[in-house]
Design a binder for this molecule. Structure first.
Ligand SMILES: Cc1ncc(COP(=O)(O)O)c(C=O)c1O
Length: 356
């Protein structure tokens, strides 16, 4: 029986994507070849890449001066690649600190230029999104993490600044519409809303490509990947193909606006239960709650093991919170259905009823 998978990533994808991906491992598109043995220079793969890029552009409504590329190395590699490509040594960039992933971006970014903190929510263990942002005049870009996977906070309003925003969108890309003009660069590890672990989607506005003077290794220069259609070297063929299958699914679903409605319905369902149920409490400030990752805890934490056992008995997996945030985390990425969230809500309600 298929489990209700609330994992934070790698995470659930639509069942039909798993099915199609599985078939391609044995016989890709009736070619008599597995997807794993086709050349990345073959027309078959060129078609996969072209369609994946076209779907990213369509779903996110990207103007022509934005270039989507599929890289490897995870979102973590983008923490240094962005600074290497956009910040000269004597220049400054502003970063918003909303938790572990931002801190890592700040640390690696600082190897290549001067980083100033534009805002931070560290004072309350990242349980909210800072509202007042202080961007110094000399900053070349503003880096932020749109959705904070570990803590369960999300920017519902992206700050308006007069410099390009460089956004780590790993855990909420394709979940809602974008105000694309605000962004110079967007990056996201694929293993949540895009596809399979092993590739990272990076979207770059053309004017960002000329920002630095330094020499870069061939693989670390974005411009080279754009020129070679993400096939500068052997790309992660299978994760890119899984991303294509998933983006096709999202397109059939009705795109990001249709999925936003579903995501909001799922989030409303779980947060209503967290607020209604006398045993539970939400971890973060109500107005900053993420629609992708709901974090919550038991008021009486001695019941934790019992609650996890109740979830396990109901085929609910991936609910244990990150060690830095504690408690529980329900990740509700695009492919998770309302009925999956209902299954969790039912367990929470039953858990309360059993103790009254
Ligand atoms: C917001 C965010 N940024 C970055 C990362 C790191 O991604 P990767 O493992 O692809 O390097 C994660 C991983 O979960 C994340 O949630």
């Amino acid at each position: 029986m298929k489990k209700h998978n609330f994992s934070a990533g790698p995470s659930i994808l639509p069942q039909e994507v798993f099915q199609e991906a599985a078939e391609s491992l044995v016989n890709y598109n009736n070619s008599g070849l597995s997807i794993l043995e086709i050349s990345h220079r073959s027309q078959m793969f060129i078609d996969i890449m072209d369609e994946a890029v076209a779907l990213v552009k369509k779903l996110l409504v990207l103007p022509d001066n934005y270039h989507p590329i599929f890289l490897s190395g995870g979102a973590t590699s983008q923490f240094y690649m962005t600074a290497m490509n956009f910040l000269n040594e004597d220049e400054t960039a502003a970063y918003i600190d909303t938790g572990v992933w931002s801190v890592k971006a700040i640390k690696d970014g600082g190897l290549y230029g001067n980083i100033v903190q534009a805002a931070s929510s560290e004072d309350e263990n990242y349980a909210y999104i800072p509202k007042s942002i202080n961007v110094t005049a000399e900053a070349k870009y503003l880096h932020l993490t749109t959705n904070n996977t570990i803590y369960g906070t999300q920017f519902h309003e992206i700050p308006t600044v007069d410099i390009p925003i460089v956004a780590d969108m790993s855990s909420d890309i394709f979940s809602r519409k974008l105000d694309i003009e605000k962004y110079g660069v967007i990056y996201a590890g694929a293993q949540k809303n895009t596809g399979a672990a092993g590739t990272t989607l990076v979207i770059i506005r053309e004017d960002m490509l000329k920002m630095v003077k330094r020499e870069l290794p061939v693989m670390l220069k974005y411009e080279n990947h754009i020129k070679k259609n993400s096939a500068l070297n052997t790309p992660p063929v299978f994760p890119i193909y899984v991303s294509l299958l998933n983006l096709r699914w999202l397109d059939r679903f009705g795109g990001v606006e249709a999925i936003r409605k579903l995501n909001e319905a799922k989030a409303a369902l779980i947060y209503q239960e967290i607020d209604r149920n006398s045993l539970f409490i939400g971890n973060v400030k109500t107005e900053d709650r993420s629609i992708m990752n709901a974090t919550f805890n038991l008021k009486d934490q001695s019941l934790t093991a019992d609650f996890l056992a109740a979830c396990d008995a109901a085929d609910i997996v991936g609910i244990k919170g990150h060690r830095l945030s504690g408690g529980f985390r329900a990740s509700m990425y695009n492919a998770l259905k309302l009925e999956n969230v209902q299954a969790l809500v039912d367990v929470m309600a039953q858990f309360e009823a059993d103790r009254n």
